[in-house]
Design a protein around this ligand. Structure first.
Ligand code: T3D
Length: 263
């Protein structure tokens, strides 16, 4: 039986979606991209899931577009991006739950974009990122031109894209391309521990925080202040806020996970 291109597993409110085309370093074909997008939406709709992890099987995270899968696909590049990669990246960014890009190995091309798209980026020590597009004379896509200059500035982004230089984990951490680097040997367990910790945080407040941050990346200060004031009302009216304040007064840890109650 043919194995699914996306493996789905649940542990303690954490859903892990594993890109599963190991022999090609999880290079993406349409099946992988469309299935991943569907699975993200399913995770968003599932009240038992509080955090989503995207990672890769084997030694690669994602080597970008499967270059064996391009010719004869009956779509222009523009149509293909609008059909596959762009909905995927939009889904990650607009998901109401935190998404962790767990970069276990090489992240190249659109795989690099996927590595940057998560709300949290966790890397294995041996992982690396390559804006490899210029090697095949393409333009960085799937959000790379949006994410990277915001993280490293225009000039560093241009250099990484023009020369397709490999960014290793220690440099990724220094440049702000990831939040944490874990040893290769314990990476998957360390990601799970991190994700479970994130899953105990107030889900509703984090959903609004993600909304505010995403909007702020393209807004003025005035617009950000207005949106904060609007979203704060929603947060302040939610049971999580009452629990946080009560827990503070009672000098006990807040309990933001409640059976049968969504964030
Ligand atoms: O709509 C559109 O189509 C436009 C969208 C474009 C989005 C993009 O992502 S464009 C960029 C496409 N990706 C690439 O150009 C990356 C190509 N791969 C590489 O440069 C290297 O493989 C890596 C730097 C990623 C890793 O190098 P290395 O030395 O660690 O591994 P390797 O030996 O090159 O690869 C291992 C196997 O994976 C190998 O297969 P084999 O020889 O063992 O049978 C290799 O062919 C395969 N592989 C790696 N990347 C791809 C791939 N097969 C198909 N497509 C790939 N992208």
């Amino acid at each position: 039986m043919e194995q699914s291109v996306i493996l789905v597993s649940d542990r303690s409110a954490v859903r892990t979606l594993t890109l599963n085309r190991e022999s090609k370093l999880n290079a993406a074909n349409d099946d992988l991209l469309l299935t991943l997008t569907d699975e993200l939406k399913r995770a968003d709709a599932d009240p038992s899931v509080r955090v989503v992890v995207i990672t890769g099987a084997g030694r690669g995270f994602c080597a970008g577009q499967d270059l064996g899968d391009v010719s004869g696909r009956g779509m222009t590049f523009t149509e293909h991006l609008n059909h596959t990669y762009n909905p995927l990246v939009r889904t990650i960014r607009s998901l109401s739950k935190p998404v962790i890009s767990a970069v276990n190995g090489v992240a190249a091309g659109a795989g690099a974009s996927l590595a940057l798209a998560g709300d949290v980026r966790l890397w294995a020590q041996g992982a690396n990122l390559i804006e490899v597009f210029s090697n095949i004379a393409l333009v960085p896509d799937s959000g790379s031109t949006w994410f990277l200059p915001r993280l490293v500035g225009y000039h560093r982004a241009f250099e990484l894209m023009a020369l397709a230089e490999k960014v290793r984990a220690e440099d990724a951490l220094r440049l702000g391309l990831c939040e944490q680097v874990f040893p290769d040997e314990t990476f998957r367990d360390d990601v799970q521990v991190y994700a479970e910790r994130l899953a105990t945080r107030p889900a509703h407040a984090l959903k609004l925080t993600k909304q505010a941050l995403n909007a702020a990346l393209t807004s003025t200060l005035d617009q950000a202040l207005d949106l904060e004031a609007e979203l704060q009302q929603l947060a302040g009216d939610h049971w999580e806020h009452e629990e946080g304040v009560t827990a503070f007064k009672d000098k006990r840890p807040a309990q933001f996970v409640r059976e049968g109650q969504e964030g």
